[in-house]
Design a binder for this molecule. Structure first.
Ligand code: NDP
Ligand code: 8X3
Length: 262
């Protein structure tokens, strides 16, 4: 293992899906704690906005990489294009993901299925395939996959979304086994209901439908998830958090949420 001057100075985090929701809050949390950030996503304007915010608020170094995690060639090019010292990625947060639709399996929209599988499963695999070798070469690193309670339990009409998150659960376990001898930590964070752009995306911009998902209870915020995502990286070298399930207090499992009349 070689070390460079950069190792002694600042740590670097790469976050997929940093334009909104958890990813954006995770970037802010890591920047606040002295990390320099590689922020990625498809919406360039939102990445530019976040880059300015991180620079101005935390005086942190930021590298912006707009690309689509579903496209193998884009992922390979983006990671390959990193300047050498930015390749020293300490933490990779595989966060980009989505649910599309909420239909029974026999009425599923095939394009929704493809988008979820390509983003939530292949996106995590592509990112890991190109970033993990950089960590292996340094003999250290931490990969954090954002799974879901939907990757622990299935719920009505969740079919394919749940399938992709069960896949993230399995891929996280397999990644940990394969990388343990290289000194790399691998963690899954599995949140319950959180109020981000998630429901708006799931219901394809239907504000009215999305607005009722969190009726009558206090969901998680993106900042709650960012807090635990940062926390798992603060453990001593000999400690790894394998799997962390975080839920709103009002939610007991994937299907049990206590809602008060509004
Ligand atoms: P948001 O919709 O708020 O954010 C999703 C992020 O993923 C955006 O930054 C989006 O960026 C990015 N993204 C989506 N598709 C792609 C793509 N093809 N290429 C690159 N980036 C992409 O949702 P959340 O923050 O809630 O979701 C983040 C993760 O958390 C997802 O994996 C989701 O499944 C998971 N999750 C969410 C829960 C919730 O209740 N909110 C609970 C449990 C897990 P852009 O559109 O700019 O590309
Ligand atoms: C997103 C939250 O409610 O669909 O993973 O399981 S939920």
């Amino acid at each position: 293992m070689t070390s460079s001057p950069h190792d002694l100075l600042t740590r670097t985090v790469l976050i997929t899906g940093a334009t909104a929701g958890f990813g954006r809050a995770i970037a802010v949390k890591f920047a606040e704690n002295g990390y320099r950030c590689i922020i990625t996503g498809r919406r360039k304007d939102l990445l530019a906005e976040l880059e300015n915010e991180l620079r101005q608020t935390f005086n942190t170094e930021v590298l912006t990489l707009p690309f689509d995690v579903r496209r193998l060639a884009e992922v390979e090019k983006a990671i390959g294009s990193l300047p050498d010292d930015w390749k020293e990625i300490d933490v990779l947060v595989n966060n980009a993901g989505l649910a599309a639709g909420l239909n029974p399996i026999h009425e599923g929209v095939i394009d929704d299925w493809e988008r979820m599988i390509d983003t939530n499963v292949k996106g995590v695999l592509y990112m890991t395939r190109f970033v993990a070798p950089l960590m292996v070469a340094r003999g250290k690193g931490h990969i954090i996959n954002i799974g879901s309670i939907a990757g622990k339990e299935t719920y009505p009409n969740g079919n394919v979304y749940c399938g992709t998150k069960f896949a993230v659960d399995a891929i996280t376990k397999g990644t940990r086994i394969d990388l343990v001898s290289h000194g790399i930590k691998v963690t899954q964070i599995a949140p319950g209901a959180a109020d981000t752009e998630f429901s708006l995306v799931r219901f394809k911009g239907d504000q009215e439908r999305a607005s009722h998902v969190y009726d009558g209870f206090k969901p998680l915020t993106a900042e709650d998830v960012a807090q635990v995502t940062y926390w798992v990286t603060t453990m001593p070298d000999h400690v790894n958090i394998n799997d962390l399930v975080i839920m709103p207090t009002a939610q007991a499992n994937a299907t049990t949420i206590v809602r008060r009349e509004t």
